[in-house]
Design a binder for this molecule. Structure first.
Ligand code: NAD
Length: 477
């Protein structure tokens, strides 16, 4: 039933969105107070989006379950709750963020004028989203683009068609024609959008491989991009972490490495555990695995792999690893795309589980003796992860690791929760992407900061020196 957008209709959809932006600006220019009207309209649009999502909450939960057996509590807690929070932040802070800010200036030439910086809409923005958080990573940047005063062309993931359909309906319900135009499809449709060269910004979330393709195509029309990409995010366990804190640490690690069946960009991808505590720590990992997943069956609220290719990729890693596997207890007749959570101990850097982003419910646990040697290898292989996780109570250990390893973010003694900090920037570095968003950073990402300088005429009395002829300066000053 899910239909891709006809390729031939894509230029028309882009033009509708561009026309919406242009005619809205023309209408605002006619109004008595364009800025106040603009802010009120943006807030109203975000309120409509908020309520359209709320009204369709149960449908979205059902859609995510249909798409990849996504657990209800996961859709609620890791997608909808942060989405509501983010939209409310944008509404609450709109006026403060969009009001022009008066700037203090230092040069005499500007002393008697006034300098403002205002955030203006970019125009028309393309939002491309991935499958793994099909709702949040689609509607959150879309809300940001609306908050910035832009019109949007929105391309949800084709791998979660049920969510994509509900979101298209939500957009049609909340927005005017042209304000948000949805294009359904995969690589071909996305390429047609990017290659059109008609966008003022592309906000892309997805794999590093595809992100590179998008950035290359976008460069041809000088279209700026934000790339929110993937990576292999490490977990450091300190040799000094008290035993009493191990199980809490492991629960927090599993939260991102097994949640959503490990299909999380900021998943704890692998654990680096000191040799001095290794065996006992792995025993605790096995205990918590049992506690979390006493029995995985077809009825368990547990997310499945998105498709056969992803399933086969993880199965191959599990089959070819040289490490010791501990698989969560499960029934024999699991559904086709279900992989029970698996920890893999005693792996080396060359193990199949350590060659790239896992993006599945497996957790390699590696032994280390010398922290700096381990960091050297990590930097050579997976420099610039999206996040690094450090479990320790020592500030010196944190400082040491953070000074050596660059990353999009760092979380100490927990995982994943930083994504929900609306007030802090979320984004990668190097191969995990560039640009960021959330809260105030969303307003920056989806606007252009324009300087406005107003100069009084009499100031030439003071700064006449700027004019030629320069060889007569002495007589003029
Ligand atoms: P993907 O790169 O395969 O797809 C993302 C989007 O790109 C989809 O809308 C898809 O239709 C489109 N696309 C796919 N192939 C394309 C091509 N050849 N040309 C043009 N467009 C194409 O990513 P995915 O599998 O949906 O998501 C998983 C990846 O995304 C993981 O690597 C994960 O780490 C990353 N991710 C990053 C973040 C972040 O915020 N940094 C968040 C979620 C996921």
């Amino acid at each position: 039933k899910f239909k891709f957008t006809d390729l031939k209709s894509i230029p028309g959809k882009i033009e509708l969105a561009k026309q919406f932006y242009r005619s809205r600006q023309a209408r605002l220019a006619q109004s008595k107070s364009p800025r106040a009207t603009d802010i009120n309209e943006r807030i109203r649009s975000l309120q409509k989006l908020y309520w359209a999502v709320k009204d369709n909450e149960e449908r979205l939960i059902a859609a995510a379950s249909k798409d990849f057996h996504r657990a209800r509590s996961e859709t609620l807690t890791i997608e909808l709750v942060p989405l509501y929070n983010n939209i409310l932040y944008l509404i609450k802070n709109m006026k403060k963020e969009i009001e022009p800010k008066k700037i203090k200036v230092s040069l005499l030439a500007h002393w008697f004028g006034t300098t403002f910086v205002e955030k203006i809409a970019l125009g028309t923005v393309l939002v491309i989203s991935p499958f793994n958080f099909p709702i949040l990573l689609a509607l959150d940047p879309l809300a940001g683009a609306i908050a910035g005063g832009n019109s949007v062309v929105f391309k949800p993931s084709e791998l979660t068609p049920a969510c994509a359909e509900v979101m298209e309906e939500i957009c049609n319900e909340a927005f005017e024609k042209g304000q948000v135009e949805t294009v359904q499809g995969g690589a071909e449709e996305t390429s047609a959008l990017v290659e059109s060269g008609k966008f003022d910004k592309i906000f892309y979330t997805g794999s590093t491989t595809v992100g590179t393709i998008i950035a290359e195509k976008a460069a041809k029309s000088l279209t700026p991009c934000v790339l929110e990409l993937g990576g292999k995010s490490p977990v450091f366990i300190s040799p000094n972490l008290p035993k009493s804190q191990w199980e809490t640490a492991i629960r927090r690690i599993y939260y991102s490495s097994m949640g959503n069946a490990g299909q999380i960009c900021v998943a704890a991808d692998y654990v680096l555990c000191p040799d001095s505590i290794y065996d006992e720590f792995v025993d605790s990992c096995k205990k918590v695995l049992n506690e979390f997943y006493p029995s995985v069956t077809s009825d368990t609220e547990y997310t499945h792999m998105i498709h056969e290719r992803a399933y086969n990729r993880i199965q191959t890693v599990i089959e070819t690893t040289k490490g010791q596997k501990t698989v969560a207890q499960h029934s024999d007749n699991l559904p086709p795309l279900c992989i029970p959570p698996t920890i893999i101990s005693d792996v080396s850097w060359d193990d199949p589980s350590m060659t790239g982003e896992n993006f599945g419910p497996i957790l390699p646990i590696m032994r280390y003796t010398d922290l700096d040697e381990t960091i050297d290898t990590l930097i050579k292989r997976f420099d610039t992860p999206l996040v690094q996780y450090i479990f320790t109570n020592s500030k010196d250990e944190i400082d040491h690791i953070l000074t050596r390893i660059r990353s999009g973010a760092c979380v100490v003694n927990d995982t994943l929760l930083h994504v929900g900090i609306e007030e802090a920037p979320f984004g990668g570095i190097g191969t995990s992407g560039y640009g960021n968003y959330h809260g105030p950073y969303t307003f920056k990402t989806f606007t252009h900061e324009r300087t406005i300088f107003k100069q009084p005429f009499w100031v030439d009395l003071l700064i006449y020196v700027r004019y030629p002829p320069f060889d007569k300066l002495n007589t003029r000053i």
